[in-house]
Design a binder for this molecule. Structure first.
Ligand SMILES: *[C@@H]1O[C@H](CO)[C@@H](O)[C@H](O)[C@H]1NC(C)=O
Ligand SMILES: *[C@@H]1O[C@H](CO)[C@@H](O)[C@H](O)[C@H]1NC(C)=O
Ligand SMILES: *[C@@H]1O[C@H](CO)[C@@H](O)[C@H](O)[C@H]1NC(C)=O
Length: 480
């Protein structure tokens, strides 16, 4: 009972804090967007790390709440904002699946009772939930590349299966889809009314949670879409590297990064004691508990307001949660400083960025296909992308996170194209390493497409090692 009350109080406090902070952030954002010449370095800097609106020292409870991304009032976002003389050409969206049931369970405890069926009068609500279920039940295998056609199109277990998308996850992506619909379809008419299969490029990994997240987003984006016009491709790699996945140097970076992670953990005495205490409570060896990645399950309890599990020897509690979450934040901070993850990310993200740039270039040459691209992915997809783009201040991808590239054409100079990059609705274009210095030197309001092209085709490798000039060389370099 005591635990429950403290938990609720903390949750309420954190929610208030998050609300205040986000409101303040948006308050800063809105005027920048509506101003036609809104290129104000100062306001822009504030977007990602604001000493005023960010709680000092990264409060673990506040961070965890942002990670949950509990659906609430419609978010304000900066997607689709450009000066009037720019025309939207194409949109490329990378999403993380929505809220899911844990992938691991804490040994010898009851797993949290979360219902993964979709019920319109259960929180979180969404007016389109019933229509979504009904539309999904009309879907056919013909819309999916094998093996996606064997997956269920929406979550449907009264007790969630491991890793299953929850109603929260579906609602998060219905909202994302609606938001993108309002901006890209209603306002900017990205797709013609008689759009066809070729106008969309849809790709997902083979997990039910990514496929279902993509379908929820698509349903919000194109309500009651014609199933015959939809085709989802299957991507076996979480890096979406298609035919270019073999990259030994990338794996070397990853091994060094994992070693760094391990050493940091060993240095954290409080963390080790906390794992020890939790292992005693559930009565398994500490090693076994750690291997069960308890934070994954604890985050589910936290995000769903379900109290942490107890045994006869005691309860897992908020203090344990805070210690582990704080360590995660520390780990991310050190990861940015040590740059091993950056090496991994540059090579890991290259193939999908290369593909995106190629698609953009085809569109600038008058191609009318693949105007909207959706990659439905994981934290281990978005995280390297953010790092590779130089968005090192960006938070770890929350549930239903979205990273979006917009391609624009200057109507006054039709041969000139520009890009914008948005993360969870925040314009981060001028935080990317390929456009960070741009607005200081140039009066142009958006980032020239050439900057992104030059980065992907060349500068990504320069950042790794000046002697490699392409992906193949960089992946096979000796002694990295
Ligand atoms: C879609 O409509 C446009 C303009 O009305 C027309 O030019 C085009 O041929 C149509 N495309 C299809 C596939 O029907
Ligand atoms: C959390 O659950 C308790 C009951 O277990 C309920 O009273 C409370 O309103 C819930 N809090 C939220 C934020 O949903
Ligand atoms: C990058 O794109 C080019 C086409 O522009 C292609 O020839 C090349 O194979 C791609 N590289 C990788 C690593 O995907």
């Amino acid at each position: 009972m005591l635990f429950r009350n403290r938990f609720l109080l903390l949750l309420a406090l954190a929610a208030l804090l998050a609300f205040l902070s986000l409101s303040l952030q948006f308050f800063h954002l809105t005027p920048v967007s509506s101003a036609k010449n809104g290129i104000n370095g100062k306001s822009r800097k504030r977007i990602m790390a604001d000493p005023v609106t960010e709680p000092p020292g990264a409060d673990p409870v506040y961070e965890a709440l942002l990670y949950c991304n509990i659906p609430s009032v419609a978010e304000r976002s900066m997607e689709g904002h450009a000066p009037h003389h720019f025309k939207l050409v194409s949109v490329h969206a990378f999403i993380r699946h929505g809220d899911r049931y844990p992938l691991y369970s804490i040994p010898k405890t009851k797993r949290p009772e979360i219902d993964c069926t979709l019920v319109a009068d259960r929180k979180p609500y969404h007016p389109k939930l019933e229509a979504f279920v009904s539309h999904m039940s009309k879907g056919s295998g013909a819309s999916f590349e094998s093996p996606l056609n064997s997956l269920p199109l929406y979550p449907n277990h009264p007790l969630c299966e491991m890793g299953e998308l929850t109603q929260t996850g579906v609602v998060q992506h219905l909202q994302n889809g609606q938001l993108l619909r309002d901006v890209y379809l209603k306002k900017h008419h990205l797709l013609p009314n008689n759009w066809s299969t070729a106008h969309l490029y849809l790709e997902t990994t083979g997990k039910s949670r990514t496929l279902q997240s993509a379908l929820a987003l698509l349903y919000g984006f194109l309500p009651d879409f014609d199933w015959k016009k939809i085709y989802f491709r299957h991507q076996p790699s979480t890096l979406f590297c298609s035919g270019s996945c073999y990259c030994p140097v990338r794996n070397q970076y990853l091994e060094k990064e994992q070693r760094r992670q391990y050493l940091l953990r060993l240095k954290n005495g409080l963390l080790e004691r906390t794992y020890g205490e939790m292992a005693r409570i559930v009565d398994v060896p500490t090693k076994q508990l750690r291997a069960a990645n308890p934070i994954d399950s604890m985050l589910c309890h936290f995000c769903h307001n379900v109290s942490f599990p107890c045994t006869r020897s005691g309860c897992i509690d908020m203090e344990h949660f805070k210690v582990i979450k704080t360590h995660q934040i520390e780990d991310e901070r050190e990861r940015r400083e040590k740059k091993l993850y950056l090496g991994y990310s540059l090579l890991g993200a290259h193939p999908i960025l290369n593909q995106t740039v190629d698609r953009m270039q085809r569109a600038t040459e008058g191609g009318k296909e693949e105007l909207f691209t959706l990659y439905s992915a994981h934290d281990v997809t978005l995280s390297p992308l953010l790092s590779a783009l130089g968005l090192s201040e960006a938070r770890f991808p929350r549930f239903a996170a979205r990273l979006i590239f917009e391609l624009w054409q200057d109507r006054e100079k039709p041969s000139e194209h520009a890009v914008r990059v948005l993360y969870n609705g925040v314009d981060v274009t001028f935080h990317t390493s390929f456009c960070r210095d741009h607005h200081r030197r140039s009066p142009k309001p958006l980032c020239p497409l050439e900057n992104l092209v030059r980065f992907v085709k060349r500068d990504m490798f320069v950042a790794l090692d000046s002697s490699s000039t392409n992906y193949f060389e960089a992946c096979h370099r000796e002694g990295a």
